[in-house]
Structure formats: C-alpha cells, structure tokens
Design a binder for this molecule. Structure first.
Ligand code: ZN
Length: 143
C-alpha cells in the first residue's frame, strides 16, 4: 500500500519533471523562432519545429501547474465564501423561513379542513361522522 505522503511526493516529482521539460521545450522553441527571424536564409523547418516545441511546452507547463492553479481556485472560492458568510446565512435563513411558512400554511389548512366540517372518525369503523352524533351512522356502534 502506498501512503498518501508517498503519492504526494510522486506527483510532485512528475510536476517538477514536466516543469523542467516544459521550460526546456519553451526555450528551444523560442530559440528556433528567433533563429528563423534573424537568419538570412529562410528555413521553414525552424519555424515548424519551433511552433511544435512551443505547443508541447504549453501542454506540459499547464499540466505541471494545474494542481497549483486548482489549489489557488479553491483558496479563492473559500475566501469568497468567507467574505460573504453573513449574506449566505441571511439567504439560507430566509429560504428556511419561507419553507416553514409554507409547511405551516399547509398544516393549518389541513387542520381547518377537518375542524370546519365538524366531524370525527368513528372509533370502530373509521368512517367520518358528525362529532355530536351518539351512534355511528355506518356501523351503528356507540361513540
Ligand atoms: Zn362506525
């Protein structure tokens, strides 16, 4: 089993390798393009290979710096959340209030619906009957 510390070190090693290779390719590509620009004879191989090297260099460097960029993004996001904590709290509590208000309304209307009808459920058969009736109108048993 590989420990996370070892894994981290392995990733870091690859990052450094990619960074070094990327910078070497970048330097090589720029040198070739500069040579192409200053030389008297036009050598298309120089500009083609130079551009290829630059493209590879950018890919390698972006891979090398990706974890750093991601870490930076996470840091910025955390900072934004930290700075807007109060607003976020307000939003969540307002949303909660709206939701609980809705639940209360539904519960209230459900209760009122039963109360308005002034009815009860029979203890024996479960049918809805008048609350003041002594006997159930369905099963005839005393309430
Ligand atoms: Zn009944």
């Amino acid at each position: 089993m590989e420990t996370s510390e070892k894994k981290k070190r392995k990733i870091l090693k690859w990052q450094i390798v990619l960074m070094v290779l990327g910078f070497l390719l970048l330097a090589g590509g720029i040198t070739m393009i500069v040579f192409f620009a200053i030389s008297d004879t036009i050598n298309p191989a120089l500009i083609i290979v130079g551009c290829f090297l630059l493209v590879f260099a950018f890919i390698m460097l972006s891979y090398a710096f990706l974890p750093l960029i991601q870490r930076g993004m996470i840091k910025i996001n955390k900072q934004i959340i930290e700075e807007n904590k109060e607003d976020l709290k307000d939003i969540s509590s307002t949303t909660g209030e709206i939701a609980s208000e809705g639940v209360k309304k539904v519960a209230k209307s459900a209760m009122e619906g039963v109360n308005d009808a002034d009815k009860i459920y029979c203890k024996h058969c479960g049918q809805l009957i008048d609350s003041d009736s002594k006997f159930c109108s369905f099963c005839g048993k005393e309430q």
